[in-house]
Design a protein around this ligand. Structure first.
Ligand SMILES: Nc1ncnc2c1ncn2[C@@H]1O[C@H](COP(=O)(O)OP(=O)(O)O)[C@@H](O)[C@H]1O
Ligand SMILES: [Mg+2]
Length: 253
């Protein structure tokens, strides 16, 4: 089982959007668990899963074997969700009190190692202990970059954060919410991949199709399969797949 963390120090850059769409792309060929680690529960909402964690996430950390009971299926055959609820607000504190506090997510995922080919982690923003846990267990870290001079800074922050952890996970950067009418967006998209090796040339445009996700409560490929955004997430998944080599397989049921 491989683990892919979708992470940035910044909020509102397209992490959840990427996590949901990547998970859908991955589920076309592999068994996927998407773990919503953000108390906002946007991933949980977008995949129409109930935001309820029995006993709160604290009970999951205390008893990792409870994870299977907390996992929910979605409308899509190979894609399951581990939902978030408000109890995730305290996850940092829960980890802080736990032994080997940066290895708690890894410990929980050990329980479902045989059930999934890939786990995608939708991280909350910031350099929290939750993020430390996600990075520790990740085989790759996917980073959305909204093109601006500030995106360089957030890429630097992510790079430092990953370097400071025991993780050897490669970073895979892509451009998110790109508006080609803006000069800074155009120049950043043209120049950054040439100067920073970890930044791919994959561009997710800012589009109404993505905005519609909240109303459709579905991955963009489901209702706009030929959109540029759907294609970009497909490309992004193939890039991730080439890097982490996720096993292919379908569930028997
Ligand atoms: N490519 C895009 N085009 C238009 N809106 C987008 C795009 N990507 C994300 N959004 C919107 O921006 C907001 C923040 O995106 P989200 O994925 O939740 O970011 P994060 O998880 O990093 O906080 C959401 O309302 C989402 O629908
Ligand atoms: Mg999010």
């Amino acid at each position: 089982m491989k683990v892919v963390a979708v992470f940035s120090t910044k909020g509102g850059v397209g992490k959840t959007t990427a996590a949901v769409n990547l998970a859908f792309e991955a589920a076309k060929e592999s068994r996927v668990l998407l773990w919503d680690l953000d108390p906002q529960g946007a991933t949980t909402f977008l995949l129409q899963v109930k935001p309820k964690v029995k006993g709160g996430v604290g009970s999951l950390v205390a008893g990792p074997s409870r994870v299977s009971a907390a996992i929910r299926s979605t409308a899509y055959g190979n894609l399951d969700v581990l939902p978030a609820d408000a109890s995730y607000r305290d996850l940092d504190l829960v980890f802080d009190h736990a032994k080997k506090s940066e290895k708690r997510i890894a410990k929980i995922l050990e329980q479902v190692d045989r059930d999934y080919d890939v786990v995608i982690l939708d991280c909350p923003p910031g350099s929290s202990l939750v993020a430390e846990n996600a990075i520790y267990t990740a085989d790759a870290v996917v980073v959305p970059l909204v093109p601006s001079p500030l995106s360089m800074r957030s890429l630097d922050q992510v790079t430092e954060f990953v370097a400071a952890s025991a993780s050897k996970a490669p970073i895979i950067g892509f451009f998110s919410m790109v508006d080609r009418r803006k000069t800074t967006h155009r120049t950043t998209v043209e120049q950054l991949p040439g100067t920073r090796k970890v930044v791919t040339d994959i561009v997710v445009p800012a589009t109404v199709q993505i905005e519609r996700m909240g109303a459709e409560r579905a991955p963009v490929t489901v209702y706009a399969p030929r959109s540029l955004a759907a294609q970009a997430y497909g490309d992004l998944w193939r890039r991730v797949q080439a890097t982490v080599k996720v096993k292919k397989g379908r569930r028997k049921n």
